[in-house]
Design a protein around this ligand. Structure first.
Ligand code: A2P
Length: 319
């Protein structure tokens, strides 16, 4: 395994198992098998509605002697309806209970979008809380408090653009250590990645395979298939590896952690073995050229008619 090392010397395994879209009834086996085959990093969130099952798999893997808690890296995220300094701990506590853990390795603000208490996904504009009522800096204070309490080892953000990160950096006691973003060859976010590196913020790449199983409602329409990109296909033939493996090797080569989702044993193994692939400078350059700023996770839901959030504000001027 390759790791990303934090300032305090904690190490995050560069490849993790994604659990977004992993169905109940399937995710237990996926997480248990993943740990058995060598995954040590599991990416979770309460909005995936499967944390209790993920937690059971982790607990069983530990009690069966496959792994020790301290050898696992568990990430989860604060949902949008738990923003605000005084709500963070309760949001975290629910996740800790479901995962059957007494601490997380990493806790992220899932989105820079605030919803009213109890809302999963918004259906009407009234489900939102405008950003000036609960500023993201206020929620960050709650994140810093759970860090100080030792309930989480590291804190960070997800889906944050440069402007939003900057507004946290200006006011914080503890800077975010990770920004988890959609990242693949068609969405390379070069400025944001550079900005994060400059500020010692690690990137975790979500939807590295193009989120192939995403529900239609979140999709922006006509979609390119990452596996069919000629540059990816060419490199995959050259290395005698699958396109998925090339797509996973690509962030690893850039010291970016990556969390491909799978519930299939053979594909999970394939994805883990992407660690063995070395891409040449020329191959990295070829991939660099196919960027087209394409999002599989458009964020449109947060910018519905009447919402206080807009896509311009969400994604900022990063590209
Ligand atoms: P499955 O869970 O059946 O393996 P992303 O991580 O970008 O969200 O992509 C997840 C999607 O990609 C899921 O549909 C998953 O299906 C599929 N997938 C994961 N690994 C592979 C692989 N190695 N080859 C092909 N498809 C894969």
């Amino acid at each position: 395994m390759k790791y990303l090392e934090f300032k305090n010397k904690d190490r995050m395994p560069v490849v993790g198992l994604g659990t977004w879209k992993s169905a109940k009834g399937e995710v237990y086996g996926a997480v248990y098998d993943a740990i058995k085959m060598g995954y040590r990093h599991i990416d979770c969130a309460p909005i995936y509605e499967n944390e209790a099952e993920v937690g059971l798999a982790i607990k069983d893997a530990i009690s069966d002697g496959i792994v020790r808690r301290e050898d696992l890296w568990i990430t989860s995220k604060l949902w949008n309806s738990s923003h605000g300094r005084e709500n963070v701990q309760a949001g975290l506590q629910k996740t800790l209970t479901d995962l059957q853990l007494d601490y997380l390795d990493l806790y992220l603000i899932h989105w820079p979008v605030t919803l009213k208490p109890g809302i999963g996904f918004p259906r009407i504009p009234d489900d939102f809380i405008p950003p000036d009522l609960i500023p993201i800096q206020d929620t960050w204070k709650g994140m810093e408090e759970i860090l100080e309490m030792g309930l989480v080892k590291h804190i960070g953000v997800s889906n944050f653009n440069m402007q939003k990160i900057e507004s946290l950096l200006k006011n914080c006691s503890y800077p975010p250590e990770v920004n988890q973003i959609e990242f693949h060859p068609l969405l390379q976010q070069k400025k944001l990645v550079e900005f994060c590196k400059w500020n010692n913020i690690f990137i975790t790449a979500y939807s590295p395979l193009g989120s192939r199983d995403q529900k239609k409602m979140l999709k922006p329409g006509q979609e390119p298939d990452l596996f069919d990109q000629p540059v990816i296909l060419g490199i995959s033939e050259e290395h005698k590896k699958t396109p998925a493996q090339i797509l996973i090797a690509w962030p690893i080569m850039q010291n970016i952690s990556v969390i491909p989702k799978s519930v299939n044993k053979e594909r999970m193994m394939q994805n883990l073995r992407a660690l063995e692939i070395e891409l040449s400078q020329a191959e990295m350059e070829k991939i660099s050229e196919i960027d087209r700023g394409f999002r599989y996770v458009s964020g449109k839901l947060w910018a519905m008619n009447g919402s206080p959030y807009t896509l311009e504000d969400l994604w900022g001027l990063d590209e």
